[in-house]
Design a protein around this ligand. Structure first.
Ligand code: RTP
Ligand code: MG
Length: 137
């Protein structure tokens, strides 16, 4: 099967009207939309999604942020989709993200960095199962 990844336009990106910009960039790259849904995450889903960061000092703030308003959850597919979208997103810290990337062009703060993309094939499978159980591999 073609590679798939979970992309989120985080609540800051939705609030700033950047949904079209993000979708336009990933479609222009050649990635294909498989699923899309605007939703506000329950706390339990947010904690599960970011479970790897549970012990980090920013975890509480991250959960507040990601549950703070509607986000757009997407499943996209294409050759090396995980790596391809991470390249479009840019570095986690938007000040270090290269201009031309989504974070590099539209954000300044590490938490409010517009988008999420799964960081490995294993994470993608786990996250797609969490957000879109019907698409679980
Ligand atoms: P993401 O999971 O959202 O795609 O981002 P990422 O892989 O580039 O970065 P990761 O290390 O997984 O961090 C997850 C998200 O937590 C927020 N963060 N805040 N305050 C801080 O120091 C800090 N560090 C990370 C960001 O929203 C980051 O995207
Ligand atoms: Mg991550």
């Amino acid at each position: 099967m073609t590679d798939r990844t979970l992309v989120l336009v985080k609540p800051d990106g939705v609030a700033r009207g950047l949904v079209g910009e993000v979708v336009s960039r990933l479609e222009a790259k050649g990635l294909r939309l498989v699923a899309a849904e605007l939703r506000t995450l329950p706390r339990e889903v947010a904690e599960e999604h970011y479970g790897e960061h549970r012990e980090k000092p920013f975890f509480g703030s991250l959960v507040e942020f990601i549950t703070g308003g509607p986000l757009l959850a997407l499943v996209v597919e294409g050759p090396r989709a995980v790596e391809a979208f991470r390249a479009l997103a840019g570095a986690t810290d938007p000040v270090k993200a290269a201009p031309g990337t989504i974070r590099g062009d539209f954000a300044l703060e590490v938490q409010s960095n517009i988008v999420h993309g799964s960081d490995s094939a294993e994470s993608a499978a786990r996250e797609i199962g969490l957000f879109f159980p019907d698409l679980a591999a």
